[in-house]
Design a protein around this ligand. Sequence first.
Ligand SMILES: [Zn+2]
Length: 212
Amino acid sequence: MEAVRELMAAAKHLDEKGILNAIEGNVSLKRDGLIYVTPSGKNKAFLTEDMIAVVDEDGNQLAGSCKPTSELKLHLHVYKTRKDVGGVVHAHPTCLAAHAICGLPVRTKAYAELMTVYGSFEVAPYGRPGTDDIWKGIGPLLQKSDVILLENHGALAVGPSVLQAMNHMEAAEAIARVVTTAKLIGREKELPEEECRALLSMQEKNQKESIS
Ligand SMILES: [Zn+2]
C-alpha cells in the first residue's frame, strides 16, 4: 500500500496548494508494472485508500472502488513513451493553464530560474480532453521536457517519482506566476544574449542527463 499512500500524499499536497480540485487535475504513479491513479470526479482532499484505482499498462482496472480519471489515456501514454517516468501530474493551475488557453509558451530572457531548470514551458497542440487526441501531439515535447502545456487545456508534469512530478508542477506554476507578474509590471530586464545562451545550455545538459 506504499504506492497508494505516496499517491494520496502528492494529490492532497497539490489540492492544498490550489493546483488540483474535484473536477480538474489527476495524479498517477507507476510501480512494479502497475499504475495507481486518482479517481474521476472526487475531491482530492477527501481521498481514501480504497478510492485509488489500480490499472495495468493497458488501462484495465484491477483494484479500487472508483473508476480512474477520464485522462487515464494521457497517463498511460506517458508511461509507454518515457520509460524513465514513475509519476505523472496533469493539472490546470492558473498561470500555466492561462498560457495554455492563449496558446502561448512561458518564455523569458530575464528569469534565470526558468532558463536553467526548465528552459521554457512549451505548448503541445490541442487534443480533445479525455480522448486519444489529447496525447497525440505531445510526443516531441515530452521527449525533451518534464513540464509541458496542453493547448486550450492545462499542464502536464512528469518525473522519476510522483513526488518529483508534484514538485515540477508546483515549481512550474510558481515560476509562471513570476514571469506573468513581471510582464504585467512592465518591461522585463533581459539578460545579455551570451548569458541567456549559457543558462539554456546548462538546462539542456541537465535535462538530457535526467531523461537518458
Ligand atoms: Zn485537464
